[in-house]
Design a protein around this ligand. Sequence first.
Ligand SMILES: *Cc1c(COP(=O)(O)O)cnc(C)c1O
Length: 345
Amino acid sequence: MRQVDLRSDTVTQPTPEMREAMYRAEVGDDVYGEDPTVRRLEEAAAAKLGFESALFVASGTMGNLVALLTQTGRGDEVFLEAESHIYYYEVGGIAALAGATPRLIPGDWGIITPESLRKYCRSTNIHYPNPALLCLENTHNRGGGAVYTPSQTAALMGCARELGLRVHIDGARIFNAAVACGCDVRELVRGADTVQFCLSKGLGAPMGSVVVGSRELIERARKWRKMVGGGFRQIGIMAAAGLVALEKTVNRLAEDHQLARQLAVGLAEIPFIRIQPERVQTNIIVFEVDEARISVESLLARLQEAGIKANSSGGPAVRFVTHKDIQAADIDYVLRTIAAIPVAE
Ligand SMILES: *Cc1c(COP(=O)(O)O)cnc(C)c1O
């Protein structure tokens, strides 16, 4: 039976070229700064995003955490969109480990505006925590892969500066955003203090994220990474796959977006599904099921029986994610399977 895994782009298998690069990687002890392959990855990442320095970390969660630890102190206020990954899916590390106070700003499909940031960022007052950091998520995961354009980003960045805030970008899928906007990734991160992006999602590497920033910030982040147990030794084995991901797989993300669009347009034809296909900008599709006709649970079970894996996104919402291991024929198969599911009238 055909197997189609739409749960996430984290399920992507490393390419033969990645495995080959891993086998051949020159390595050393990275805690001593002696792994040449990690250095190459960090230099390539910093150059690609237009920053002075970079740090290879185990995961997106670790990248966001060290960025928070580096830029906030105990009790500081951090501004996040209400459904942001850092708040929703990172186990409360922002409070438990960084000791910061999250201030949640409701967005439109994850996208906030300078006006809403101004509204939520209060004036100085002895009763309030110190406003310290704005986190932007691009693309926005729970916002269905929504994109901040270069001009939206620049406007928010300007507003954050006026308010005296630093800016961290959770750019787990920043290259998807750049491909969707048809711009250089630097236009989406210019002016930020730190950016985190994932090698292990659409880019297909088996693990890892990179945090970029100024030399000074990254030196501090390196120490925090050590404290949270992220000081690796001959990790160039993994950085080698990350380098292939960064250099070879960015351009093909457009194919994932194309397939996501096709899937969304097909889903819109199905009577028990509510979706706005024009909202699908990248590789994430979030749609709602008419639960009077079929529950999310039974839909997912039916799909599973047909070899199709997907995740619920809370309430009546289901999420599909396209990636390099999904082909056009898989999309047809998914649409045919869903259309054939018997539901209540
Ligand atoms: C996946 C993701 C992360 C976390 O990455 P992990 O490598 O899974 O820890 C952070 N932010 C966003 C927006 C993500 O989608």
